[in-house]
Design a protein around this ligand. Sequence first.
Ligand SMILES: Cc1cc2nc3c(=O)[nH]c(=O)nc-3n(C[C@H](O)[C@H](O)[C@H](O)COP(=O)(O)O)c2cc1C
Ligand SMILES: [Fe+2]
Ligand SMILES: [Fe+2]
Length: 401
Amino acid sequence: MNCLYAKILDDLYYIGANDRQTPLFENMWPLPEGVSYNAYLIRDEKTALLDTVRINKVDGFIGKVLEVLEGRTLDYLVIHHMEPDHSGCIRDILELFPDLTFVGNKKTKTMLYDFLEITPDDNKFIEVKDGDTLDLGKRKLNFVMTPMVHWPESMVSYEPTDKVLFSQDIFGGFGTVDGAIFDDQADYNIFRSETRRYYSNIVGKYSMMAVKALDKLSKIDIDIICPVHGFVWRENPQTIIDDYKKWANHEVEDGVVITYGSMYGNTEAMADYLATFLAREGVKNIKVFDVSKTHASYILNEIWKYKCMILGSATYDNSVYPNMYNLLNVLRYNKLKNHIMGVFGSYGWSGGAVKQLTAFMEEGKFEKLETIVESRGTMHKEEENQLRKLAKEIATKLKEN
Ligand SMILES: Cc1cc2nc3c(=O)[nH]c(=O)nc-3n(C[C@H](O)[C@H](O)[C@H](O)COP(=O)(O)O)c2cc1C
Ligand SMILES: [Fe+2]
Ligand SMILES: [Fe+2]
């Protein structure tokens, strides 16, 4: 039997693929620990494949589908989400089983043509709406629409007999499935940060929609969660539900993330001084990042976790340092909430970076820190005192919260 194959329950199988070759998810977010693409197969009076995997993993995937089907045909292909990391092998599956019937919603049908140029006959596409049911025999699938978490056609399905939720990207995470396919076979604490990084990088900007989806799902009695990335949750599904609720609701922990952009060290020194003063004020969980070195993916992940975000930048061509500009963009479309924010920076002649950082702070929904520290050239005694003042202000604000 293949690896990355597991019987979840009688006639319900996990078939997935680990991707350790693709360096960047969506060609943007680093994958040092890889990612898994999970699909599921139900063998009942009818057979149903729930999603596929990315095209680079087609060979092993088709083998697993055939193995689980044991010579039977495939009746249904349920598409929960059309992003190519899950729809990548649909064409290959259709070639093998040309008589299969697709199951998706109205938007899925359009996307099936838009992305794959597949136009199924009307009798080969079952269009489902919120609350619709697909009967497979002993088992059924109830569909729940979860629009914009994180694509318009995103939906989940629920199997009421065994209380299994097929949740597509929701409850997913980065990181390959390393032997342990189920949550009870591994220590989730090792994977939590990569799971939050997936949430913050991929789903985070749609947190308002995620809250709505999680509210809908909270009315369902769930024993097993089968997401399309990461573990199958059969022992403690509440763990991942609680984490996702926390992240979607912007619930943060005490701590400060200082991120700076610096060419020759002046702004960097300010970041280090601020961190030192914060520690002296008794603030725990201080993290300092160089925006040129640490990918925005990781900085965003830490900012999602901690209450206070401080940005510092050298001035570059009358403006904020370009790599910091990139981070500002990432933060801007993530519509951060529930954060304390402060800024600092350095310039040589007419400045610009701090002005831009301040404008960013003003436009967002932040609890703003009053002390703004700006040094001309290297940090002087006056800025040192200002940074000390800023550290006190941060410490006080954190205590108030
Ligand atoms: C390529 C380059 C462009 C700069 N552009 C400006 C500018 O437009 N306005 C300004 O006030 N300072 C400008 N500066 C000066 C820096 O902002 C100043 O030296 C600052 O202290 C550098 O901080 P750092 O040591 O953290 O890199 C520029 C410096 C460099 C190297
Ligand atoms: Fe997705
Ligand atoms: Fe995905």
